[in-house]
Design a protein around this ligand. Structure first.
Ligand code: ZN
Length: 519
């Protein structure tokens, strides 16, 4: 009896089980190779921004173009299509396999729509265009970058054409960074948010700002800023045995996998907040990368869940935590250690008020929480027009300044502080910016949910106890990889569909507390 049951029952299970495992395992073997190429691209990209000597630029462009072409060829290989179809036909065993199959189907369908020569041209142009953007920004001369940008816009339009869209070519690009996102969704979301933000910013404009004299009257040596950033990043939980901190023109977080996470910052000796809060931001991205589920290494479902969720983690540590009063209370002695003279007579409350100064400004990455999303809305409106052919590249620099005047009431005195400030367009990332605002919205929603489980998190931060919040994010966000879609993940973690309301409530309460105004 036993032999029969062993033979018959398991045989049925084994046949389907083995075949399923075989097709799925074969698929995941192929994917592992592609993931490895992606990790190498990540490292070479980091090197290009941080270490590479300038004369190596053309060589690096060749190397990155070859890698892009190679990974694209591996993805569109006929065997990949067959392997994916075979695994889909058998159906997934669990939620991880379901996530992997969903993500691979999406990636495969997108890849086969792009001709190989386009992939190579696009990669090659990225490397070239990043170089000309860097030079144009350093020399404050848009003309150095003009032709490369024009060509990049053409490439982005070409890409939208290959990927396809229903209403708006820009939809095809938005979808690359937040799956399923469309102009039809973003337009009303941004309009509603702007309606809530503009009166808040106007009310603050009537009030006296915080005392910034202690910041502006001092110099802030770069070496001490670097030590402070490092100490705070480590205290929050970033593992420097599995990551690095470096300096680059444009701060970013990259690397190969959770054992090798690399973030960068930049320094200005006239003020210390840009580098510290930039570091907190990139640390948030880095913590997410280091918290990815290790049993899903080399699998799409083991990746972070899109850029909106990624940005929720950076904004959480930069703003919700880093710009809270209790964080300033904890951080003040660290400031005093690294800048003993500058910090004489500065209280935690003064520090808190200074790091939360609300004021329309020109640089997005250094903007306060209230005005930040207006910077994003400007880029969103401009991108829509560029991709739809409603704005010519020669008119872009002035159009940029006009939009700043309209949305924030200020104009850049030069191109470096205006249209040349962001790296994104130089590497063809049109449709990326809106994910920053989604991240702000998600971060407030996630912290509100975490607070329900953890109680008074602010008191924990006062004593430097960031572990409960980090562990909550590890459990509810980091360890979930991209098994679910971003919207599903936010709903699973918070019990609610993504909504702008927690962010608006958070900001309103904070501004009332800082400026004693109601809006
Ligand atoms: Zn970010």
């Amino acid at each position: 009896m036993r032999a029969i049951s062993l033979l018959r029952k398991p045989l049925l299970c084994e046949r389907s089980g083995l075949a399923m495992a075989a097709a799925y395992e074969a698929l995941m073997e192929r994917v592992r190779e592609i993931e490895t190429v992606g990790q190498i691209q990540g490292l070479l990209g980091w090197d290009q921004e941080v270490m590479m000597p300038p004369k190596a630029a053309p060589l690096r462009a060749d190397q990155l173009a070859w890698l892009s072409k190679t990974s694209h060829a591996m993805m569109v290989d006929a065997g990949m299509g067959e392997s994916l179809a075979a695994a889909e036909a058998e159906g997934p065993d669990d939620e991880v396999a379901a996530g992997n199959l969903r993500l691979l189907r999406d990636a495969y369908d997108k890849a086969i729509k792009k001709p190989a020569d386009f992939v190579e041209r696009f990669a090659r142009h990225k490397s070239k265009s990043i170089i000309s953007w860097t030079e144009a920004r350093a020399k404050d001369d848009f003309s150095i970058y003009r032709d490369d940008l024009a060509q990049m816009i053409e490439l982005a339009r070409e890409l939208a054409g290959y990927l396809g869209y229903e209403d708006n070519p820009y939809d095809a690009l938005l979808d690359l960074y937040e799956s399923g996102l469309t102009v039809a969704q973003v337009d009303p979301l941004f309009a509603g948010l702007r309606e809530a933000l503009v009166p808040m910013i106007a009310a603050v404009g009537e009030c006296a700002g915080p005392d910034m004299d202690w910041v502006e009257s001092n110099t802030w040596p770069e070496a001490a800023q670097a030590q402070l950033s490092h100490a705070i990043s480590e205290a929050i939980g970033f593992d420097f045995d599995a990551g690095r901190r470096d300096k680059s023109t444009h701060p970013f977080c990259g690397g190969a996998n959770p054992d090798d996470v690399r973030w960068t910052t930049r320094y200005d000796e006239a003020e210390p907040f840009g580098s510290l809060y930039g570091s907190l931001h990139e640390t948030g991205h880095g913590l997410y990368e280091q918290g990815r589920p290790r049993h899903l290494d080399f699998q799409p479902a083991g990746h972070a869940d899109g850029l909106g969720v990624h940005e929720s983690q950076s904004r959480l540590w930069e703003n919700q935590v880093g710009r809270s009063l209790t964080f300033s209370e904890w951080a003040l002695p660290h400031w005093a250690t690294h800048f003993p003279e500058n910090m004489e007579g500065v209280s935690a409350e003064m520090l808190w008020r200074s790091v939360n100064k609300v004021e329309p400004s020109l640089i997005r990455v250094e903007a306060d929480e209230a005005t930040y999303n207006l910077h994003i809305m400007i880029r969103y409106e401009i991108e829509k027009q560029l991709i739809n052919g409603e704005l010519e590249v020669d008119d872009l620099p002035d159009a940029w300044d006009d939009m700043y005047e309209k949305f924030l009431g200020i104009r850049a005195p030069n191109r470096t502080l205006g249209v040349l400030q962001d790296i994104h367009w130089s590497f063809g990332a049109f449709g990326y910016f809106p994910t920053y605002t989604l991240g702000n919205l998600y971060s407030a929603q996630l912290l509100a949910a975490a607070r329900k489980d953890l109680g008074d998190v602010e008191s924990q931060w006062r004593t430097g106890d960031f572990e409960p919040l980090l562990n909550w994010m590890r459990e509810h966000i980091h360890s979930r990889g991209s098994i679910l879609t971003p919207a599903e993940l936010i709903e699973e973690a918070t019990g609610e569909a993504p909504s702008p309301q927690p962010f608006i409530d958070y900001l309103r309460a904070k501004i009332e507390r800082l400026y004693a105004v109601s809006s």
